[in-house]
Design a protein around this ligand. Sequence first.
Ligand code: BES
Ligand code: ZN
Length: 592
Amino acid sequence: MHHPDPHSFYDATQPRAKQLRLKLDVDFRTKRIDGEVVLVFGHPVSGRLDLDTKGLEIRGVQVPGKGDIAWAMGDPVAILGQRLRLDLPEATEEVAISYRTGTDAMALQWLDPEQTEGKTAPFLFSQCQQIHARTLLPCQDTPLARIAYQAEVSVPEGLTAVMSAGPVGDEATDGGRHVFRFAMPQPIPSYLLALAVGRLESRELGPRARVWAEPETVAAAAWEFAGVEDMILKAEEVFGPYPWERYDMLVLPPSFPYGGMENPRMTFLTPTLLAGDRSLVDVVAHELAHSWTGNLVTNASMEHFWLNEGFTVWAERRILRILHGDDAATLSWALGQKALEDGLERFKDEPQLTVLRMHLEGIDPDDAFSSIPYEKGARLVAALEREVGEDKFLHFIRDYMDAFRFTSITTEQFCAFANDRLPGALAAVDAHAYLDLPGLPATAPTFRSAQLDTLTALAASWSQGVRPGADQSAGWSPTELQVFLQKLPRLLTTADAAWLDEHLHLMDRGNHEILVDWLTLAAAADYEPAFARIREVLLRVGRMKYLRALYGALGLHARTRALAREIFAAASAGYHGLSRRTVQSVIAGYPD
Ligand code: BES
Ligand code: ZN
């Protein structure tokens, strides 16, 4: 017995599935999926096989030629779910499991028509990272067990299914249904399995990219992301040829709990990126960069999450620098610095969650989630880059991608490789302090520009009554404005908030980063004119990062706490399960 991933029943001494064949029947009436999954081993195997499940109803298990075989569910275990144990007969090449998803499958959000843009059809989307694939299908739910897959998805006629895979055909079937078929030929970790079903249209954006969205938003999405081919070209300058053929994107309804999710061949995106001025496309650069760092070379378990996110943040800013120059990248590092400080503050009583190489036995990876693996991780990568020089580092990154492509690796494997190819570099930047010690090392790289210094000084003199002039702020890019807002004192007076409201016209910004940063300041200032807008945003948008910030800031005053509770009571049914849990924990931390 060998359990290399603390979040999975996967046993490395048992057979490993190489491929899945999936049949999914999507039932919007019961909000369940009837599924059949065939695990293909690629050679004859036998003996015990432990799979991950959570909330699944198992209906039967069969081996072709041998008929039904016995199966047993273990007791429910907190965080992990339930082990499904099979005993495979001699010379088993594949095993088929039929099952049904539970009504509260964490991987799935079922939206009523009112929660979509068009308001006429329901919508379903999945989010399997970190460990929710097991609520969608029984599987070896660890990034260590990579799988190729084929899928057949049956949905009501009129709706379209997309997956993290290439489409290979679709046809109408009996009973007013339509079947969509997919193939993902390359081996991916289970957390990258993804499905969405809704009233969807697409627009071509270039030779290998298109964007999918509801018909009402697809034109805006196509405009916002028109630059994606250019971004792919820039990413290829960093990493080499794009390895997944197509880079398509799906814009989801606003309850999607993340900014973006790097599902291969079909990045999922929040509609809050549709700012109308292309100012939030850095999220696309991030998800695109995951095509290499994360999807091609994958963290072996959530304990090594920084290998995914730290490298990807570094790559995102590298791409940004090629596209928009040093100053733009520096501002992005500054926003990251703020996110990092917030993360360190949030975990000040749990310093073990601020190291990069985490120990997550008994800890829910969604609870350990923060900006720390992103930003501390990216700073370690940047430190290495500065240590050895840009050119040498770029070669190293390419070699790293080549050496580990389509594998899932640990921090130790990364370090061994780095020590081999860049002797002495890890020690020179004190990698140990990043990997195993809490907080941010004092030697971490810093990022400065004249423009950032100006914004920092201006915000710092706010308390002395210094205000940006109208000409000055009118010339700011969205990111500059955001940096300024983030550097203001956290606790403003209502008069301060009124000044910002009046002079910077913040209430009706299409850029949700600016809007939410502003509303967070306004909530913390108990600024009543913003309450209606806060309510509107919290009722519509389910992105966890925004919910955490806004509900957190509403916790500072008695009447904003009352407002938060009232809004949550009205909004929670429309939130994704993960978002609901996040808000519940924020509100539970309120002082009364
Ligand atoms: N893979 C993450 C999203 C994620 C992380 C989902 C952990 C579930 C668990 C994705 O690549 C990401 O980091 N998204 C960010 C955007 C980014 C620009 C930092 C987000 O959603 O805000
Ligand atoms: Zn990411």
